[in-house]
Design a protein around this ligand. Structure first.
Ligand SMILES: *[C@@H]1O[C@H](CO)[C@@H](O)[C@H](O)[C@H]1NC(C)=O
Ligand SMILES: *[C@@H]1O[C@H](CO)[C@@H](O)[C@H](O)[C@H]1NC(C)=O
Ligand SMILES: *[C@@H]1O[C@H](CO)[C@@H](O)[C@H](O)[C@H]1NC(C)=O
Length: 325
């Protein structure tokens, strides 16, 4: 039975090969108007963390008649798209994060299962599952994340446990969005050091300007272990400013970022800065090709394919199968 043998081999090689860790959030999205944005002091195209004044925003949003719920969270979305691009075997992607023992948590678990992602959540009952309000005006999307349970991820309570750490060890490619630096930098460092020691690929995402601005210290602690850094031009510009690069030329910023100190010198750091709105999603398809050990050009091609599909849909959703070869 050569076909079965082939499938077994494939499975043996790549199950749990991509490891992601981040903030699992349930996206609550609705179309709003400019008055709504103004009322809560939101920019039309932004990503921020919820403050006390945004509590009412969530209440108002769910009362609207055309509200949609999607499984979300930046890292979880990225590994979900990578799994979708790969299709089989299932559970190539592992995901860790913290949720609450509540209805939204159950939805997230179900969605992860449907996406064939091997999610192992740290479940606690002190905080509810995190949510992310997506306030849509035209082509713009203003995201307000209420981390809640996602903020409660604990290295000692989850990552360090034998069964969980074994999954980390199984992986060959690691992806963590910068957003998670606000939650558990010690968890990120542990994973990043492991990847570097074992000569595996560790990827990070600058995620948003506020990460470089307000979480520069933990970001720079992880940077020596980063093999691939993703970001868009706005995030790159802020990063450059925070590091005193004294240039706003994107290619120059990329070069300087590439040359920042690196622990594992066997592999040069790759910097992927996207320009333009659509290209942000492109980088996610990149991950799927990377896991399959394709060359860089192929990773970029896969990225563009995923972007083209997902950009045309609401939330981070996709058709049943990709049409990419
Ligand atoms: C989207 O945001 C940009 C600024 O980021 C603004 O120029 C544009 O008018 C906004 N579009 C809508 C429909 O709100
Ligand atoms: C890059 O992402 C930030 C959020 O991190 C967003 O505000 C900005 O508009 C994006 N820039 C482009 C050019 O898409
Ligand atoms: C990096 O994060 C941004 C914002 O969440 C996202 O649009 C982009 O696709 C991410 N890149 C990867 C490789 O996941």
């Amino acid at each position: 039975f050569p076909a079965i043998e082939e499938e077994r081999k494939l499975k043996f090689q790549i199950e749990n090969m991509l490891f992601g860790m981040g903030n699992p959030l349930l996206d609550i999205s609705a179309v709003v108007d400019k008055d709504f944005l103004d009322k809560f002091g939101l920019k039309p195209n932004d990503q921020i963390l919820a403050e006390d004044k945004h509590k009412v925003l969530f209440e108002e949003l769910v009362k609207r008649n055309k509200v949609e719920y999607h499984a979300g969270g930046s890292t979880q979305n990225s590994v979900k798209i990578a799994q979708w691009m790969i299709q089989k075997p299932h559970k190539v992607a592992t995901f860790f994060g913290c949720i609450g023992t509540d209805h939204f948590g159950e939805i997230l678990k179900k969605k992860a299962e449907e996406a064939h992602v091997d999610a192992h959540y740290y479940e606690q009952n002190e905080e509810p599952t995190g949510t992310c309000a997506a306030c849509i005006t035209g082509d713009n999307r203003s995201l307000v994340a209420n981390l809640a349970a996602a903020n409660c991820y604990k290295k000692e309570k989850h990552l360090d446990l034998d069964g969980n750490w074994e999954l980390v060890e199984k992986a060959k490619v690691y992806y963590i969005a910068g957003f998670f630096l606000t939650v558990s930098p010690e968890s990120i460092l542990k994973v990043a050091k492991h990847a570097s020691d074992k000569d595996k690929i560790f990827c990070m995402n600058l995620s948003a300007p506020f990460i470089s601005q307000f979480f520069k210290e933990p970001l720079m602690k992880v940077m020596p272990y980063v093999d691939i850094l993703f970001g868009n031009e706005t995030e790159a510009a802020t990063f450059a400013k925070e590091l005193g690069f004294e240039t706003d030329d994107i290619a120059e910023i990329a070069r300087k970022t590439q040359n920042l100190p690196k622990e594992n010198t066997k592999r040069q750091r790759v910097v992927v800065f996207t320009q333009g709105k659509d290209d942000a999603v492109a980088t996610v398809g990149f991950l799927s090709a990377l896991v399959q050990e394709h060359p860089l050009e192929e990773c970029i091609r896969a990225g563009h394919y995923a972007a083209n599909v997902i950009i045309k849909r609401v939330g981070c959703t996709f058709p049943e199968k990709p049409d990419f070869h």
